[in-house]
Design a protein around this ligand. Structure first.
Ligand SMILES: [Zn+2]
Length: 395
């Protein structure tokens, strides 16, 4: 068993929850995982710190200039898998182990990080640790969600969150992560080089018609809000299927008044559309507004459309993508460039420093589940490529 595989085993036992793993932000389980990680980092001679935001930092100080930061997160979703986040942290640890073994003397600092609360499972807010690290705080919102109370209980001070800002000392960020989708496995590709983190746009739509008797109202006179909503669902699906740079999902729908013998008077539903390119992001925004507006008119329905979230796509650094590609080539790995459909700490970092991500395949495209799996040889391959890329940046 490789060192990385052994680390994955060890980390996966912390917070074990049936077949899965549960480690929430500021929980005893995450504290145990953090302490374990710090011991591993210390064994490699790194200076470790649990910062005021609950991020673990391992610093290999050497040379001059800004640090090359590598890592991911150790927090999980409820009953998640062993790979999401943890693999990126442990691959960074493994990369440092390799550089040490090769006797590399870095010209600039090499840091390993495990960002706190990437998943946001506990407070329904994500990437709290990396946002504190770059100084992008939303204290009022976090306090209202109970973050301050949870921090106090774990021995942290909410008032000191701003002290976690260290982005000015960082020159580049590399994150290895499982793909969480089926593209690499299906195409038989070893590794993915991430071009961008997809932009996410959300709406709450409400179509308003007229509730009426389901037996006596003539079909051509009905103003059926649910029929309008169904047309919207299918129009979104059709558009997304016709495009390579778009996904669309309606995940929640509620019909009023909700009687089997009543024509639906109102239908309220969510819309989640995503695109990894700036141009695609503009287009999906227009498409949702125009399509729902048109259907409302054609179905004689009223439309209320409210935006619930807007996170434009984040392009990752082209130079670092090339470094990863070259490193992968030297390891004999096949690669493919692809966008990430999920959010990651890298999207927070990318607003401040050059950032890049390396994907390893997810078996069956599954994540956020105990069934998450990446073959050990591909985990090791990913870690070797990460180590090579780091060496190119620091040696
Ligand atoms: Zn993750």
């Amino acid at each position: 068993m490789s060192s990385l595989a052994a680390d994955l085993e060890a980390a996966g036992r912390i917070g074990a929850d049936g077949e899965g793993v549960t480690r929430f932000a500021w929980s005893p389980e995450l504290a145990e995982a953090n302490a374990w990680l710090m011991r591993q980092l210390e064994e490699l001679g790194l200076e470790t710190q649990l910062d005021p935001a609950g991020n673990v930092l391992g610093r290999w100080e050497g040379g001059e200039g800004k640090a090359v930061l590598m890592g991911s997160h150790l927090d999980t979703v409820p009953c998640g898998g062993r790979y999401d986040g943890a693999l990126g942290v442990l691959a960074a640890l493994d990369a440092v182990r390799r550089l040490r073994a090769e006797g590399v003397e870095p010209r600039r600092p090499v840091w390993v990080v495990s960002f706190n609360d990437e998943e946001g499972s506990r407070f329904q807010t994500g990437m709290l640790g990396s946002r504190a690290f770059v100084g992008n705080l939303d204290l009022e919102d976090w306090r209202s969600r109970g973050v301050a109370a949870a921090m106090a209980e774990a021995g942290f001070e909410f008032e000191r969150l701003a002290e976690a800002r260290r982005i000015d000392e960082v020159g580049a960020y590399l994150e290895l992560h499982i793909e969480q989708g089926p593209t690499l496995e299906r195409s038989g590709t070893d590794l993915g080089i991430v071009t961008a983190i997809t932009g996410m746009l959300g709406f709450r739509a409400r179509l308003v018609g007229e509730a009426n008797h389901a037996g006596t109202t003539p079909m051509e006179l009905r103003r059926d809000a649910l029929a309008g909503a169904c047309r919207a669902v299918l129009a979104l699906r059709e558009e997304a299927r016709a495009r390579s740079d778009m996904t669309a999902n309606v995940g929640v729908i509620r019909v009023e008044p909700g009687g089997f013998n009543v024509v639906p008077g109102a239908a309220e539903f969510t819309v989640d559309v995503r695109s990894p390119t700036a141009e695609g992001f503009e287009r999906i925004d227009r498409f949702v507004r125009e399509t729902l507006g048109r259907i409302a008119v054609e179905e004689s329905l009223g439309l209320e459309l409210a935006e619930t979230h807007r996170k434009p796509p984040v392009a990752l650094d082209a130079g670092l993508q090339d470094v990863l590609e070259e490193a992968a080539g030297e390891e004999g790995a096949s690669t493919r460039r692809l966008p990430s459909g999920a959010g990651h700490d890298a999207m927070v970092l990318a607003h401040h420093v050059p950032a890049a991500m390396l994907f390893v395949p997810s078996r069956g495209g599954i994540s956020h589940s105990p069934a998450e799996h990446t073959p050990p040889e591909l985990c090791d391959l990913g870690a070797r490529v990460l180590a090579r890329a780091a060496r190119k940046l620091v040696a």
